[in-house]
Design a protein around this ligand. Structure first.
Ligand SMILES: [Mg+2]
Length: 227
């Protein structure tokens, strides 16, 4: 490998994220359980979130708006204002969750930082991701932070150009096959998948990946022996 830059996804790669969203969803279902059963609410919320991605992008703010929209839809606009207030508070609490680094992350970053330029490539709300990075205490390991509206081929190409490297000099590490792995392989980069135990339904894909520039590992620590 002629890797110059190693890029890391943030949510559920560097730190815990999805479990906080799941917990907030559970609270949301409880608020609405007199109107609709949980499985139907889950379906409606996911549909609303995906429909809104192109308007709001990824992150907590869009998620809050999607919860409110779902509440309005499933109650035929009869949701009490008080419950809307509680939904907003659930979202604000989500923005205030602590940052819990995943096992091995700090060891890997300090082991790689002398040999490579390290980058964070994440999507989500700009302000929220900046806040999380600051809270994580990891900022000093990174040469560049890229907060992308969508993790697709075109945006990874833009990142490569910005970093002034060739696509095959990029190695991306992340928990989402759809966002962190496939587009990077598509542009000719290398990618290492570190699965997290839960994945948002919208990030799940069925494909099996057969590419010599792709590896899947169990612990992020394994990277130290691979590069
Ligand atoms: Mg992630």
């Amino acid at each position: 490998m002629s890797i110059k830059v190693i890029a890391f996804d943030a949510d559920d790669t560097l730190w815990v994220n999805e479990p906080y969203f799941r917990r907030t969803e559970e609270e949301f279902y409880k608020l609405l359980n007199e109107f609709l059963q949980q499985h139907a609410l889950e379906r409606e919320l996911l549909k609303t979130e995906i429909g809104n991605l192109k308007l709001y992008g990824y992150g907590v703010k869009g998620f809050i708006l999607s919860m409110i929209e779902t509440a309005l839809t499933v109650t035929n606009n009869t949701i009490p204002a008080e419950i809307i207030g509680q939904i907003i508070n659930l979202g604000k609490a989500l923005l205030d969750e602590p940052i819990e680094l995943l096992d091995g992350v700090e060891e890997v970053l300090s082991g790689l930082k002398e040999r490579y330029h390290l980058v964070v490539a994440t999507k989500g709300d700009l302000l929220d991701q900046e806040r999380k990075l600051k809270k994580s205490g990891l900022s000093h390991y990174f040469h560049h932070i890229e907060i992308m509206s969508e993790k697709d081929d075109a945006n990874y190409l833009k990142l490569v150009k910005h970093l002034d490297i060739q696509p095959d000099e990029l190695l991306m590490i992340g928990n989402s096959l759809k966002s962190d792995i496939m587009p990077v392989l598509n542009i000719g980069g290398s990618a290492i998948h570190v699965p997290y135990h839960i994945t948002w339904a919208h990030e799940q894909i069925e494909d099996t990946i057969d590419n010599e520039k792709f590896e899947s590992i169990v612990s992020i620590r394994e990277i130290l022996e691979m590069v």
